[in-house]
Design a protein around this ligand. Structure first.
Ligand code: UD1
Ligand code: CA
Length: 463
């Protein structure tokens, strides 16, 4: 634990520029929220306590941010970043010697390694305040850093003159304060500016005027300073995180055919020698083993794939488990609760839901298996359908080991097919079938010789 460090994350704002009914900090990037990513970064610095200032959609933000060592401060009205920090004061009292890291919640690209030198410099210089700056090619939207005769200042973009706007060194939105100075001078910030808000950045001038030592730390990683204010900036930041994730996977032995169209959530894991085709999306806590093949256009979510699994093109798989060496697709849809056994084969246009599909079993084409237990080495013919819903309840179908289900069969659940049984093609099975039996459940065929010819003759058009 970093005993002298307290962190404050400012996350009360609505994010007006997002034009969203959801608070800005709750928007997702690669399966995580903006606030969640900021928290991860801060947590890596091991502060003794993290204060998250919440306001807009307070309950939802608290839910997303709660965890060990996190306390919340409530900013009832959004009156600016200095006002937000005021609400965190009770959490700082009794720790005058602490360093207080204050960070905007909209900086999801910042890494802990980028923050550490800021804190180190603050301590080395014994400053009252040290803030992070970055030199940006396009500084639009950021507060600009002025280094005038009277010392350091930050001017917000809307208050800046044309020449000030031309400055490219910006305030990153990360500050380290000595707690005693922060507690003392924060209440002196006024809201006499164009927006009528209490700007945290005004503390720089206030501290300097009172003889407090203020310094800046210009980061070597300006690409991590994003301060997301719009959905477009969010999308761009997500692409940066995506590249970081894909690069780490590639370095760990994962084959990527087309990084530009591959999206793998931050929490997903992929084993070495697995190859991933173009247009693949892997979401949530998906775990993929080694030596798998994921073909183009596959969408995987919250699923576990063992080693050597092949998923052919255009499958949608959510909440499933696929055991070693199984093959799925192309065009299969596996819905939550489905388990595909080792070496099993699920082919084209097969849908499963809550199906336990045994090892070595096969369903090659055009089937629906829902609420079903399918034993090992079962063969499911094309067009087999479990009729699992009777309009009120979901019912189970249980198919024993080694069963052969002929094509075009309907299994009206609840129903059991005993091990080793055969079901004739085109059957509608409504009763249990004993083991090793043959079940035929269809009308007998009738032929009427000459019927078609007579019909044609009768309907021959008159001229
Ligand atoms: C802020 C800085 C600007 C800096 C930029 C970096 C100020 C006045 N300006 O501007 O100098 O270059 O960040 O990205 O600080 N918040 C609250 N309560 C409020 C207002 C905001 O908690 O009343 C939170 C927001 O949720 C957000 C953070 O503070 O996480 C920053 O607010 P934002 O509106 O994004 O500030 P910027 O205009 O980007
Ligand atoms: Ca911002």
């Amino acid at each position: 634990m970093n005993n002298r460090l307290v962190a404050v994350i400012l996350a009360a704002g609505q994010g007006t520029r997002f034009k969203s009914s959801r608070a800005k900090v709750l928007h997702p990037l690669l399966g995580r929220t903006m606030i969640g990513l900021t928290l991860d970064t801060v947590r890596a610095l091991k502060p003794e306590r993290i204060v998250v200032v919440v306001g807009h959609q307070k309950d939802e933000v608290e839910r997303a941010a709660s965890g060990p060592g996190v306390v919340f401060a409530h900013q009832a009205k959004r009156l600016g970043t200095a006002h937000a920090l005021l609400t965190a004061r009770p959490a700082l009292r009794g720790r005058p010697a602490a360093d207080v890291l204050v960070i905007n919640a909209d900086l999801p690209l910042l890494r802990p390694a980028t923050l550490r030198p800021l804190i180190a410099r603050h301590r080395r210089r014994k400053n009252a305040l040290t803030f992070m700056t970055a030199e940006l090619a396009d500084p639009t939207g950021f507060g600009r850093v002025l280094r005038g005769t009277e010392g350091l200042r930050i001017v917000e973009e809307r208050e800046a003159s044309a020449s000030e706007r031309a400055l490219r060194e910006v305030n990153a939105g990360v500050y380290v304060f000595r707690a005693s100075d922060l507690l003392r001078f924060l209440p002196r910030v006024s809201n006499a500016n164009r927006k009528g808000e209490y700007y945290l950045t005004d503390l720089i001038a206030i501290l300097e005027e009172r003889g407090g030592k203020v310094g800046l730390y210009r980061t070597q990683h300006p690409d991590e300073v994003v301060g997301i204010n719009t959905r477009w900036e969010l999308a761009r930041a997500a692409a940066v995180l995506r590249d970081r994730k894909l690069r780490a996977l590639a370095e760990a032995g994962v084959g990527l055919a087309d990084p530009a169209t591959t999206w793998i959530d931050l929490e997903a894991a992929v084993g070495p020698d697995t190859t991933i085709g173009p247009g693949v999306v892997i979401e949530g806590r998906t775990r993929i083993g080694a030596g798998c093949r994921i073909d183009p256009g596959v969408h995987l979510k919250d699923s576990v794939l063992a080693d050597g699994v092949e998923v052919r093109a255009a499958c949608v798989i959510e909440g499933c488990r696929i055991e070693t060496g199984a093959g799925v697709g192309p065009f299969a849809r596996l819905r939550p609760g489905t388990v595909i056994g080792a070496g099993a084969h699920v082919g084209n246009f097969v849908e499963m839901k809550k199906a336990d599909f045994g090892r070595g079993a096969k369903a090659g084409h055009l089937s629906y298996l829902g609420d079903a237990e399918v034993g090992a080495d079962v063969n499911i013919g094309a067009g087999t359908i479990t009729c699992n819903y009777d309009g009120v309840n979901k019912n189970r179908t249980v198919i024993g080991e080694g069963v052969f289900i002929g094509s075009g069969t309907e299994l009206v659940a609840p129903v059991r097919i005993g091990r080793g049984a055969y079901v004739a093609a085109g059957s509608t099975i409504t009763k249990d079938v004993p083991p090793d039996a043959l079940a035929v459940a269809r009308a007998r065929q009738v032929e009427k010789p000459g019927w078609a010819a007579r019909r044609r003759a009768k309907r021959r058009p008159t001229t």
